[in-house]
Design a binder for this molecule. Structure first.
Ligand code: NAD
Ligand code: UD1
Length: 337
C-alpha cells in the first residue's frame, strides 16, 4: 500500500484529506506541531476508520524529525499542508509567516530529496493571483499578492518549481484552493478556528449556534448579483478528494504543475446566508457594514485543468456545504456542554 506523509495533517483540510486517502486505499502518516489543531483528531480518524495512523507531534522545519519519519516509513508521496494561514495576522507578523511557511517548504523539499521521496502535493491558494485579473481565475494568469501570507504561497510555488527544475526526479503539484468550507458529514472533523473567525462560513456557523449575535456583511455595493462579495466555495470533502486525485496522478506522471481547485461557480454572501437558512431551517441575523479592505468583488476558479488532468471535479453543492458545516458546529457545541 502507498504511504502518504501529511504535514499539517491534523488541521482542517489535512484531516479531511487523511480520511479520503484512507478511503482510497492509502496509508497515512501525520506530522503536525498542533499550533492550530488538536491531537485528538488522530484518534477520531483512527476510531472512525478502524486504522492506526502514525502521528508525530513536531515541526516540519525540524530536519532531523523529517529525516527520522522518512527512515521509519517508506513514504511515496508528501502532501504539504503545514502553514500559518491568517491573512490579517500575516500583515501584523510578516516574519513569523515567512519564517514558518517558507522554511517549512524548504525543509520538506530538502528532506524529501535526501530520502529519495519524489512526489509532492502542495497547499497553495487562489490568493496567488494578481488582483487585476479577470474574476474567473485561470492558471496561466499573472500572479501577485497583497499580503505576506499570499507571498508565502507565491514563493513556495516558485521554490517548488525551481527545485523540480534542478532535480528532474522531483514531481510536484501545487493545488490552488479557492474557498474551502463545510465538514465531513459524520460530524467527527471540521473547522474550529481559534478566536473570532475571519472567514465567512465559520462566522455563519458561530452565529447559527449562538456564539455570535449576527453576521457582519462586508459591503453590499459591489458590482455583483446582489452587491455582496462573490466567491467560489468548495466543500472540504471535494477538496480532500482533489488531493487523492493529485496523488494518483503523481503515481503515473512526471512534471511540476499548478492546478486550481474550485467549483467554477461564484456564490454571493447573501446567497450563502439564504442557503444556510433554508437548508438548516435557522435564521442568520446580519447587518450590512463597510467593505473589508483588500477584498475583491468576485473571485472564482476556472476548474477545467483539474478535470482535464486529474479527472477531478467538485460533486457536492451549496446545500451539502451548509448542512455539513452546521452539523459539525452543532455537534461541537453539544459536546462542550
Ligand atoms: P489549518 O490551520 O487547520 O491546518 C494547518 C496545520 O498546520 C495546523 O494543524 C497547524 O497546527 C499545522 N502547522 C502549521 N505550521 C506548522 C509547522 N511549521 N510544522 C508542523 N505543523 C504546522 O489550516 P487549513 O485550513 O487546513 O489549511 C491547510 C493548508 O491549506 C495551509 O497551508 C493553508 O495556507 C492552505 N490553504 C487554506 C485555505 C483555507 O481557506 N482553509 C485556502 C487556501 C490555502
Ligand atoms: C480569505 C482570505 C484569502 C484566502 C481565502 C480562503 C482575506 C482577506 N483573504 O478570502 O487569502 O485564500 O479566505 O478561504 O482574509 N465576509 C463577510 N463577513 C464576514 C466574513 C467574510 O461579509 O464575517 C465576506 C467577505 O467580504 C467576502 C466573502 O465573505 O466577500 C468571503 O470572505 P472569506 O471567507 O474571508 O474569504 P475570501 O475573502 O475569499
Amino acid at each position: 500500500m502507498s504511504k502518504v506523509l501529511l504535514t499539517g495533517g491534523t488541521g482542517f483540510i489535512g484531516s479531511h484529506t487523511a480520511l479520503a486517502l484512507i478511503e482510497n486505499g492509502f496509508e497515512v502518516v501525520i506530522v503536525d506541531n498542533l499550533i492550530n489543531s488538536e491531537a485528538d483528531v488522530v484518534s477520531r480518524l483512527e476510531k472512525f476508520k478502524n486504522v492506526s495512523i502514525p502521528f508525530y507531534h513536531g515541526d516540519c522545519r525540524d530536519e532531523d524529525l523529517l529525516n527520522r519519519i522518512f527512515q521509519e516509513h517508506k513514504i511515496e508521496i508528501v502532501i504539504h499542508f503545514a502553514g500559518l494561514k491568517a491573512v490579517g495576522e500575516s500583515v501584523s507578523f510578516p516574519l513569523e509567516y515567512y519564517e514558518n511557511n517558507i522554511n517549512a517548504t524548504v525543509t520538506v523539499l530538502k528532506t524529501m530529496l535526501k530520502n529519495r521521496v519524489h512526489k509532492l502535493v502542495f497547499s497553495s491558494s487562489a490568493t496567488v493571483y494578481a488582483e487585476n485579473n479577470p474574476a474567473e481565475r485561470v492558471e496561466g494568469h499573472p500572479l501577485g499578492c497583497t499580503n505576506p501570507y499570499g507571498w508565502t504561497k507565491f514563493m513556495s510555488e516558485q521554490i517548488i518549481r525551481d527545485t523540480c527544475q534542478a532535480s528532474s526526479q522531483l514531481n510536484a503539484i501545487s493545488l490552488r484552493y479557492f474557498n474551502p468550507v463545510g465538514a465531513h458529514p459524520s460530524g467527527i472533523i471540521g473547522e474550529n478556528p481559534k478566536g473570532v473567525p475571519n472567514n465567512l462560513m465559520p462566522y455563519i456557523q458561530q452565529v447559527a449556534t449562538g456564539i455570535r449575535d449576527y453576521l457582519r456583511v462586508y459591503g453590499n455595493d459591489y458590482d455583483t448579483v446582489d452587491g455582496t462579495g462573490v466567491r467560489d466555495y468548495i466543500h472540504v470533502c471535494d477538496l480532500a478528494e482533489a488531493h487523492v486525485a493529485a496523488s494518483k496522478y503523481l503515481q503515473n506522471h512526471k512534471g511540476c504543475l499548478e492546478i486550481n481547485i474550485g467549483t467554477g461557480k461564484g456564490v454571493s454572501v447573501l446567497e450563502m446566508v439564504a442557503a444556510f437558512e433554508r437548508v438548516n431551517n435557522i435564521k442568520i441575523p446580519y447587518r450590512i457594514e463597510a467593505r473589508r479592505s483588500g477584498d475583491l468583488a468576485i473571485n472564482y476558479a476556472n476548474a477545467s485543468k483539474a478535470y482535464q488532468l486529474l479527472g477531478w471535479k467538485a460533486k457536492r453543492n451549496l446545500e451539502d456545504m451548509c448542512r455539513d458545516a452546521y452539523n459539525w458546529q452543532y455537534n461541537l457545541q453539544k459536546n462542550k456542554t
